[in-house]
Write a protein that binds this ligand. Sequence first.
Ligand code: NAP
Length: 382
Amino acid sequence: MLTISPTTSKITTTHHHHHLHHPHTYRHLTSHRPPPPPHPHPSKPLRLRRPFQISAIDAAQPFDYESKLSKQISKSKTLKIAIVGFGNFGQFLAKTLVRQGHTVLAHSRSDYSAAASDLGVAWYSNADDLCEEHPEVILLCTSILSTDKVLRSLPLQRLKRSTLFVDVLSVKEFAKDLFIQILPLEFDILCTHPMFGPESGKNSWKDLPFVYDKVRIGNDESRVARCEKFLDAFAREGCVMKEMTCAEHDMHAAESQFITHTVGRILEKLNLDSTPINTKGYERLLDLVENTSSDSFELYYGLFMYNKNAMEQLERLDLAFEALKKELFGHLHDVLRKQLFGTRGRSLQRPPALSKLPPNGNGLALPTGSTESESKSDSATS
Ligand code: NAP
């Protein structure tokens, strides 16, 4: 039953709730309230305008109920995530995960205790200690080449048996095979690849692609929710979430990412400098060099070594460069021949012009015989 005290306007209750009889709980609910604001019209009677003091939780909720509830809800959106491999990319991810309110722990071969404390990350130099903290997620940010060794060295027996393993390796079939081979069946597996890095994602992750493959997520509601919570860390930053198999990823990545890194590294070898008359296109090339050179060579080598589609792309790039040179030299040859022989030169055999390479997956052979560009250049020279 509720009663309202006429002098204080306080609501009290005759329900006997055990919490409310505890002096501390009671004080907690009624104390620390700011005094009522001064009455705006002092001439008017104050009595009816005096605010209610709510002192019974089953009558109404305390003034900070909603903020407490929202904290609880947002807390439940957070995870305890252990980053293993706290180098360039591990630290980059940690920054955002900490900002989002996740509890982030880290371990690496090198000592990153100072960097961890700057980022608000709990540092564990010992992998046993890290695992005994029972993180919900182990996020592997190790180099492609070291992942096998690092994964095998983790004391898996110290983890909770339902732990979710996530990797961010830039090659996915390799990571998936490793996880399946090494991790006991009780562990969940999520293979991911954020298609951006500390350079391209330094200001925002908005509209940047995030690839994932739910390789093995248990049916249990809490396991499904945990995986979704992890993915949400990227979705809520505005990433474009792309679910695809690891094999599909590797095919696309070799055609796009590996080519990008390779071209960036070739250009880096040219020591390109900014000029007073940079075109937009040239600015983009300079950006590309900066973007790709900030990644370790080990990462680039991993893209090549552990993606079975990379070799074909490297050969195609080589062929395309040769083809382009031949096309240029072919035209030059034409001009010289004209100068030397005049129209008589037409009867001589011209080197064939080379068209574009066939699309990916159609092998490496160049088309032979007369091509569209050849017949066009024929008519232009006649
Ligand atoms: P990385 O050179 O590929 O990897 C560096 C990390 O690997 C460091 O944490 C390093 O630990 C660890 N590591 C290297 N060799 C090791 C060994 N022998 N034993 C134990 N740990 C070893 O550079 P990264 O840019 O930080 O990339 C990390 C992962 O993220 C890679 O798998 C990469 O494919 C992926 N990724 C990177 C980007 C990017 O833009 N950088 C984007 C998406 C995904 P210590 O520093 O403690 O030695």
